[in-house]
Design a protein around this ligand. Structure first.
Ligand code: URA
Length: 194
């Protein structure tokens, strides 16, 4: 098997036609951030602003995510951010199971390359695609699960917080749990000294 490299990953995403989502998009949105970050965020799929710019989480939900990171003193450039699917679904609909399956090879490659110690799953689509369909975000958010040595935390998607402000309290609890885990694992010693 060819060595996995970032160059190969980006070439494969750019050339991908494994599902129909690439029809009608402006840009693929592979993900961006620190390519060797100990912490990875996974969302659902690009929205309109992300499709226009080719960057993940740069619209309203992304700006809220940046503020949530700021609230735990974590600069956005220090994390890696991507989505379950790399192409914008039409009208921002939830990606179909076959689109998620087709795109999973890209996420797998990306996870091998970043090699994160902690993954935050933003919303139901990311949590279910990663941890299994039995996940219910309202029930399971904030509960750490360890998979193949990686700590995973499902939480609300920032778009859900924009739609329903009453969820923000739980989301803040989850961000504090994230900060505590990063500190416990000594992952950002310059940001969270022990
Ligand atoms: N919602 C997502 O799930 N991902 C983005 O990149 C933007 C909005």
């Amino acid at each position: 098997m060819a060595d996995i490299t970032w160059e190969l990953f980006h070439r494969q995403v750019e050339a991908c036609n494994l599902c129909p989502l690439y029809h009608g998009i402006l840009h693929k949105v592979p993900g961006q951030g620190d390519p060797a970050s100990p912490l990875m965020f996974i969302g659902e799929g690009p929205g309109q602003t992300e499709d226009e710019q080719g960057l993940a989480f740069v619209g309203a939900a992304g700006q809220l995510l940046t503020r949530m990171l700021d609230a735990i003193s974590l600069p956005r450039e220090r994390v890696y951010i991507c989505n379950i699917v790399k192409c914008r679904p039409p009208n921002n609909r939830v990606p179909l199971p076959e689109e998620i399956s087709a795109c999973m090879m890209h996420l797998r490659m990306q996870t091998l390359l970043v090699h994160p110690k902690v993954i935050v799953l933003l919303g139901s689509t990311a949590a279910r695609a990663t941890l299994g369909n039995e996940i219910r975000i309202t029930r399971d958010r904030g509960v750490w699960q360890q998979r193949k040595g990686v700590w995973m935390l499902p939480t609300y998607h920032p778009s859900a917080l924009l739609r329903d402000a009453s969820k923000k309290k739980d989301a803040w609890t989850d961000m504090q749990a994230l900060r505590d885990k990063l500190k416990e694992l000594h992952l950002y010693p310059d940001l969270y000294p022990s």
